[in-house]
Design a protein. Structure first.
Length: 353
């Protein structure tokens, strides 16, 4: 009961600090915080809200300590993670840490990766931190658009929309982020697929109650919203869905659409896609002309990294890498998120509806 009261007080504080600005810059962002940032926004300024903590009030992590999967005592089998693989360097970023930090800047081999996660929209998206040939890091601006995280890059102080994968204010306005594929699933599934994975240590350098969700029942309560946002009633508002995005359009796939076959072939905006999944994960791939003619079957049995197989006998993991045979499928531009967040940003189709 005590924890619940403290959490409610925390949310009340955030709500009391939330304002919509009609000025050139959102309220509570002082002149120093807005340095090198244009007053022109490519999104409606009146809908850019101040979430309360201010720039870096929610501290992003940088090159967090990673520990081996043998440290499973710090995470439960059903806890959600965002997984990334670069060759043999395989990493898991726990939701229950991201709930408190929202951004992780990590160097994974030759890749400078930003893990961006918005707990209010449930969206976890990877970005390349090299922009116009220069490496940067991202921080939490404290601003929100349609309830979604607005990161800022430290090199130019430009503000970015996470869900649009685009700078929306500052000298980089209009610049697209290069999306890096992440896989969202539960820890048990991930460590079964990739037993050599590492995961974030709880020793982040910050005193946070990791494992205590800071927004009470927000992620399961379809009527509970901290900030105004459009609401599309075609699906339960907080249902987790997989969204493929193409320009200003999106198509979403529900876990419930995957039967025992685990395979969907679909066309969206004139492009052919393969979507694979079960009750624990969904991944999607854009097929070229030769791949579109292949048949695919779901082979994941919970004991290896092989997830699906093509009619030539090549088996692939959840990133589309061949684990038996040879080949590579191109991952789609896609991410997991709460249903309500997708049509708030994109003209959205629902598979099977």
């Amino acid at each position: 009961m005590k924890n619940t009261i403290l959490l409610l007080a925390f949310i009340t504080t955030i709500l009391s600090c939330s304002t919509s600005s009609t000025q050139d810059t959102p309220q509570n962002q002082d002149a120093g915080e807005m340095e090198n940032t244009s007053t022109e926004w490519s999104i409606p300024l009146a809908e850019v809200l101040d979430g309360g903590p201010g720039r870096d009030g929610i501290p992003a992590l940088e090159n967090p300590v990673m520990v081996s999967a043998d440290n499973s005592s710090i995470i439960g089998d059903s806890d959600l993670i965002l997984g990334y693989k670069n060759g043999n360097d395989i990493r898991a970023y726990q939701h229950f840490i991201l709930d408190w930090h929202e951004i992780v800047n990590d160097d994974v081999g030759d890749v400078s990766l930003a893990i961006t996660y918005c707990p209010l929209t449930g969206t976890g998206i990877g970005w390349n931190r090299f922009i116009d040939g220069k490496r940067t890091t991202f921080g939490v601006s404290g601003l929100l658009y349609q309830t979604n995280l607005i990161p800022f890059d430290r090199a130019t102080k430009s503000n970015w929309s996470q869900l649009l994968n685009e700078s929306v204010n500052g000298s980089l306005s209009g610049k697209k982020a290069e999306v890096i594929t992440l896989v969202e699933t539960d820890w048990k599934t991930w460590k079964t697929m990739f037993p050599d994975t590492k995961l974030m240590s709880l020793n982040t350098g910050f005193a946070r109650t990791y494992g205590v969700y800071p927004y009470v029942d927000y992620k399961t309560n379809n009527s509970f919203f901290l900030f105004p946002t459009p609401k599309d009633s075609r699906l339960p508002l907080k249902e987790r869905v997989h969204a493929i995005v193409d320009g200003g359009d999106a198509k979403v796939y529900q876990f419930s659409k995957f039967d025992s076959s685990g395979i969907l072939k679909d066309t969206f905006n004139g492009k052919n896609y393969l979507v694979v999944g079960n009750s624990n994960f969904i991944a999607s791939f854009e097929l070229d002309a030769s791949q579109s003619n292949l048949d695919f079957s779901f082979v994941y049995d919970g004991s290896s990294s092989a997830v699906f197989e093509d009619s030539l006998g090549t088996q692939y993991n959840v990133f589309g890498e061949a684990v038996a045979g040879s080949g590579q499928l191109n991952t789609s531009t896609s991410f997991m998120g709460y249903w309500f967040s997708i049509p708030a940003f994109y003209e959205t189709e629902v598979y099977g509806n």
